[in-house]
Design a binder for this molecule. Structure first.
Ligand SMILES: *Cc1c(COP(=O)(O)O)cnc(C)c1O
Ligand SMILES: [Zn+2]
Length: 490
């Protein structure tokens, strides 16, 4: 099924032995607090010694042996292999999780999302060249599928090797649960998923996804941060596999977003800036780590700027970086209702990862290349509506990316001659309820969103007098004439 379609000898000599990879190297968890290392035999979420946050690290002699130029060639040729396990995020196998045999990798169509140029009108509004990367075109319609493909491939491998039944659980602002439920339901009966959601805080579209994939859906009164605490309680006391981004396997999968950007821009990251909304901070962690790994391997020569965006209704990361360097202290915030609901998180679990990586990122660059900007709910909503009206597809969080780009330009974090790549993190259809509230002017006060008249849009009802049953031709004619009048057709 996943055999190579092309004959070996048709590939260049210097890469053909590496095109179809086999497991290589060694992976281990490292605690960001006490710096202890732990084996990946067991699924860990926090440091068993001190409870600190973990990241997965890789020691692979191949990374020393193969230079950047050759890696680029390997990845570019791998695209034409048509090999299912390497068709998604594992195209970058050696940089993600090269301990999982190809036969255990799950591919459900994730990754390699298109990069689409912003429409001319949008570029005129913002005043610089930029692109969207459409993460909403992943199978469950958000970028979460990248991390899930990696985490579930690893869990699949563990379950097959150890013959273990696994209950996978996660807390979610909506998209994690949709993705977890999809990937779990694809696997054998031995892997079941349960998702814990804040009641009334995910959109009906997002709720329909885990229900449709047969997950146990548990609604809890409160916000995401409360659900996260419950899931942590469960994972500390019961035998469950945690699928939140505390699970560092998910971070690895999400690094593929950066690898793809590098490949889609022919590995030229000079003068580029990547804009991403921050919620639990798993994604921005992955994006920085991804670019760092490619940089260290010589695959890219420069690190792009990273611009994180937060709403002023959920902005703990922004507040942290507003403080003076050296004097910063992290303080969780109490969130207020946000249209960027998937990022409405006051106590991001990946904050220690962000702090560690930002330091490394700026050090390597020799200058500040990581920024966080704050935007208003009004700006997020206006940007979402404006982007979709002008031929690009963004959800509320994608609107947040666009609002963030505008803010970053105002602040001088990004210049006119630079090129921005905006993470459009989910499909707009998951968040249409916010569009509806905008068009119908039904936002509760606490959102602080007032729709702009000129951006509203409603269906126009055609009400012909002619009876469809009695005079069908007349009915068609009357409808058509009314429409011609509305459209001022001549
Ligand atoms: C999860 C999510 C985010 C936030 O990403 P984090 O990794 O939690 O920072 C943003 N947008 C969408 C659509 C999401 O699903
Ligand atoms: Zn530790």
């Amino acid at each position: 099924m996943w055999r190579k379609k092309m004959k070996n000898k048709e590939f260049p000599e210097d890469i053909k032995d590496y095109l179809v990879p086999s497991p290589s190297g060694r992976m281990f968890y490292r605690c960001l607090s006490c710096k202890n290392q732990f084996s990946i035999e067991n699924l860990l979420y926090v440091c068993p010694e001190c409870g600190g946050v973990l990241l997965l690290y890789l020691e692979n002699p191949l990374l020393e042996k193969i230079d950047g130029k050759r890696w680029r060639k390997i990845f570019d040729y791998r695209k034409i292999l048509n090999l299912l396990p390497l068709s998604g995020i594992f195209l970058f196998y050696e940089f993600i999780a090269p301990v999982i045999p190809l036969s255990h990798i799950i591919y459900l169509g994730e990754g390699h999302t298109p990069i689409v140029n912003a429409s001319k009108r949008l570029k005129d509004i913002v005043g610089l060249e930029f692109f969207f990367k459409y993460e909403g075109l992943n199978p469950s319609a958000s970028f979460k599928d990248r991390g899930m493909a990696c985490a579930l491939s690893y869990i699949n491998y563990l379950s097959k090797e150890k013959g273990k039944k696994i209950i996978a659980i996660c807390a979610s602002t909506g998209d994690t649960s949709a993705s977890a439920a999809l990937y779990s339901s694809y696997l054998s009966e031995d892997i079941r998923s349960a998702v814990i959601l804040p009641e009334g805080k995910v959109t009906p579209e997002q709720l329909s996804q885990p229900l449709g994939h047969g997950a146990k859906v548990l609604e809890v009164p409160g916000v995401f941060d409360d659900c996260m605490k419950i899931v942590e309680y469960l994972s500390e006391r019961y035998d469950v596999a945690l699928l939140n981004s505390k699970n560092s396997w998910r971070i690895l999968g999400q690094e593929s977003f950066s690898y793809e950007i590098a490949q889609q821009f022919s590995y030229d990251m000079k003068g580029k800036a990547v804009v991403v909304p921050i919620g639990n901070a798993g994604n921005i962690t992955a994006i920085m780590n991804g670019f760092l790994k490619f940089y260290k391997a010589g695959i890219i020569d420069e690190l792009p700027k990273i611009i994180g965006v937060q709403s002023d209704h959920a902005d703990p990361v922004f507040r942290y970086y507003m403080q003076k360097e050296g004097k910063r202290r992290f303080q969780p915030v109490k969130v207020r209702p946000s249209v960027a609901q998937a990022a409405m998180i006051g106590n991001p679990v990946s904050m220690p990862r962000v702090i560690e990586l930002v330091k490394e990122y700026d050090e390597i660059c020799g200058e500040k290349r990581f920024f966080v900007v704050q935007v208003k709910e009004q700006e997020i909503m206006d940007c979402m509506i404006i982007a979709n009206r002008n031929g690009n597809i963004v959800c509320t969080q994608g609107g947040e990316s666009l609002a963030g780009l505008i803010r970053a330009k105002e602040k001088g974090y990004i210049g006119k001659s630079e090129i921005a790549i905006l993470n459009s993190t989910a499909h707009m259809l998951k968040f249409v309820s916010f569009q509806r509230m905008y068009f119908e002017d039904r936002f509760p006060d606490e959102y602080e969103v007032r729709p702009k008249e000129e951006l509203k849009n409603f269906p126009i009802k055609i009400r012909p007098k002619r009876d469809k049953e009695k005079d069908y031709e007349g009915f068609i004619k009357e409808c058509a004439e009314k429409i011609a009048e509305i459209l001022s057709l001549s």
